[in-house]
Design a protein around this ligand. Structure first.
Ligand code: UN1
Length: 497
C-alpha cells in the first residue's frame, strides 16, 4: 500500500520554496528503512538567496530592541511546549533515538529558548570609570551579521536551539543548514518561529548536503560567522576556510569521554550511569561515555554487572515504549561503528558482549547495532583514542586515582568527564586535574543543562562555549564606548596630572 510521503521545502525570506534546481532527497526512518519525507536538495544558488534575504533582514532586525526580539522567542518557546510530543515523535522517526530521549531533546530546545529569551532583557555590558576626569566609559554588545548555522543529526532540535536562539536574541540573522539525516526536524523547528511571528528573512533554512550547502554557506562572502557542531575533521576544515576568509567561527567537535569508577564508589549508581551514558541515544552523543576507567579492586565486580545489564538491553523501534536502545542513524554509520569493533579485536581488546549488527525479525529493516563492551583495553588503542559515535564502550584498568586521571586526559579531546567516588578529596582532586570542559561527580558524562557553558578543550572545540550566558560571546561583539564631556582634548595615557 502506497503511503503518501510529505514533501518539505526551504524557507527563504519568509516563503516556503523549492530548491531552484527542483532536486530533492529522502529522509529515511532508521528503525524501518521507510521514507519519512522528501526535502529540497539545495545548491549554492539557494544558499545565495537565503543569505541575501538574511542580509536584508539584518538591517531592520538589528534595530529591534532586544527585549522585543525576545518576546518572539518566548512565543516560540510556548509553541515548542505545545508541540513537544508531536516533535519528539517526528524526531524518533527521523533519527532513531527512543521517544523518552527525543522528548528530552525537545525539552532542551524549550529550556534554551526560555533561558536565552530572558537574556533579551539583560545582555549585560558594564560601565567602568575612565582614567580621565569628565569622561564616561562603558561597553555594549552588538550583533555580527548573517550567521551560518550548521548542525548535526544527533540532537536535531537541542543543538539548533543552542545556536539559533542566541544568534537571534543578539540581533543577528540566520541561514540554517540542518544535517542531511534530520532535515524535517530542522524544518519543523523553523516553522515554529514563522508561527511565532519572526519577520521574513531573519531565519532561513536550506536543506542539502554538507559538501554543497554547508560549503556554500561557509564560503559566502556575506556570511560573517559560522557556528558548527559535528566531526573534528569537518570542523577543522571549516575553521581553515573561515581563517582564510576572516570569518568568526565557533566549533563544537568530537569527544572521547570517560567515566572513572573508584573502589569506594556506589556501584549500583555507577552501573546505572554507565549504561545510560554509554548507550543512551545509541552512544551517538558527543558526550557519550566511550571509556570506563576502573579502579582495580572493583574491576571484576563492575565488569560482571555491566555485562549482565547490557545483555538485558532491548533493541527496537524508539517509538515502542519497551525499547531501551534505538537504531543508529544510518547504514554508513553502522558500518563505521562495526569497523571500529573489528579494529578493537585486531588490537587485542577482549569483546565481552555485542560487536555485531542485529537483524532478528523486524530489526532487519533498520540499522540496529548490539550494545558493545570491550575489556582489557589499553589506553593507547585506537578504540580508546578515537570517537566511535555508537553503542560501544571500553573498560580500562587503573591502579589509582592519579593513573585514572592521566588515562582520562591522554586523548586529543576534552568534552565531558565523570568520576564516581564517595571521597570528597578524590572528587575535588579530579575536578582540578581533569582537562575537559565539563566534569560530573557521581553522574555519567551526559545530561548538560542549558544555563551552564557547554563545550570542550583541545580538539573538541576552538575555545568557545555554547549554553550559559557565555554563548552570547559567540554571537555578539563588544563595542567600547567613551563619552568625553570635559570639553577639551584629554589624551589617555599621556595627560596624567
Ligand atoms: C551532544 O551530544 O552533541 O549533555 C549534545 C548531553 C546533552 C547534549 C549533548 N544535554 O548529553
Amino acid at each position: 500500500m502506497a503511503v503518501e510521503v510529505q514533501v518539505f521545502k526551504n524557507y527563504i525570506d519568509g516563503k516556503w520554496v523549492d530548491a531552484k534546481s527542483g532536486k530533492t532527497f529522502e529522509s529515511i526512518n532508521p528503525a524501518t528503512g521507510e521514507v519519512l519525507a522528501v526535502v529540497s536538495q539545495s545548491g549554492p544558488e539557494d544558499v545565495d538567496a537565503a543569505v541575501q534575504a538574511a542580509k536584508k533582514a539584518f538591517q531592520s532586525w538589528r534595530k529591534v530592541p532586544a527585549p522585543r526580539r525576545a518576546e518572539i522567542l518566548f512565543r516560540a518557546a510556548e509553541l515548542l511546549v505545545k508541540r513537544k510530543e508531536e516533535l519528539a515523535r517526528l524526531m524518533t522517526q527521523e533519527m532513531g533515538k527512543v521517544l523518552l530521549e527525543a522528548r528530552g531533546d525537545v525539552q532542551e530546545a524549550i529550556d534554551m529558548t526560555y533561558f536565552i529569551a530572558g537574556e533579551g532583557r539583560r545582555m549585560h555590558g558594564y560601565t567602568t570609570p575612565s582614567e580621565m576626569p569628565n569622561k564616561a566609559a562603558y561597553c555594549i554588545r552588538q550583533p555580527i551579521g548573517v550567521c551560518g548555522i550548521i548542525t548535526p543529526w544527533n540532537f536535531p532540535m537541542a543543538i539548533p536551539s543552542w545556536k539559533i536562539i542566541p544568534a537571534l536574541v543578539c540581533g543577528n540573522t540566520v541561514v540554517f543548514k540542518p544535517a542531511s539525516y534530520t532535515p524535517v526536524c530542522g524544518i519543523k523547528f523553523v516553522e515554529i518561529f514563522e508561527e511565532a511571528g519572526l519577520p521574513p528573512g531573519v531565519l532561513n533554512i536550506v536543506t542539502g548536503s554538507g559538501g554543497v550547502v554547508g560549503d556554500a554557506i561557509v564560503e559566502h562572502p556575506d556570511v560573517a560567522l559560522i557556528s558548527f557542531t559535528g566531526s573534528t575533521e569537518i570542523g577543522l576544515r571549516i575553521a581553515e576556510k573561515c581563517g582564510r576568509l576572516g570569518k568568526r567561527v565557533s566549533l563544537e567537535m568530537g569527544g572521547k569521554n570517560a567515566i572513572i569508577v573508584m573502589d569506594d564508589a556506589d556501584l549500583n549508581l555507577a552501573e546505572d550511569s554507565i549504561i545510560w551514558a554509554a548507550f543512551g541515544t545509541s552512544g551517538q552523543r558527543c558526550t557519550a561515555a566511550s571509556r570506563v576507567i576502573v579502579h582495580e579492586p572493583i574491576k571484576k565486580d563492575l565488569t560482571e554487572r555491566l555485562v549482565e545489564r547490557i545483555k538485558r538491553l532491548r533493541l527496537g523501534d524508539g517509538l515502542r515504549p519497551e525499547t531501551d536502545v534505538g537504531p543508529v542513524v544510518s547504514l554508513s554509520q553502522l558500518e563505521r561503528i562495526h569497523s571500529y569493533v573489528e579494529i578493537g579485536k585486531q588490537e587485542g581488546a577482549k569483546l565481552l558482549v555485542g560487536g555485531q549488527r542485529v537483524t532478528e525479525g523486524e530489526l532487519a529493516r533498520g540499522y540496529f547495532y548490539a550494545p558493545t563492551l570491550f575489556d582489557e583495553v589499553h589506553p593507547k588503542m585506537r578504540i580508546a583514542q578515537e570517537e566511535i559515535f555508537g553503542p560501544v564502550t571500553d573498560l580500562i584498568r587503573a591502579k589509582d586515582l592519579d593513573e585514572a586521571v592521566a588515562i582520562l586526559n591522554d586523548v586529543q579531546y576534552g568534552l565531558s568527564a565523570s568520576i564516581f567516588t564517595r571521597d570528597v578529596n578524590k572528587a575535588m582532586r579530579a575536578i582540578e586535574e581533569i582537562h575537559t570542559g565539563i566534569v560530573y561527580v557521581n553522574h555519567g558524562t551526559i545530561g548538560a543543562e542549558v544555563h551552564l557553558p557547554f563545550g570542550g578543550t583541545k580538539f573538541t572545540g576552538n575555545g568557545h562555549r555554547e549554553g550559559g550566558v557565555q554563548v552570547l560571546d559567540v554571537f555578539s561583539e563588544w563595542k567600547a564606548v567613551y563619552i568625553d564631556y570635559s570639553g577639551r582634548l584629554q589624551r589617555a595615557q599621556i595627560d596624567r596630572e
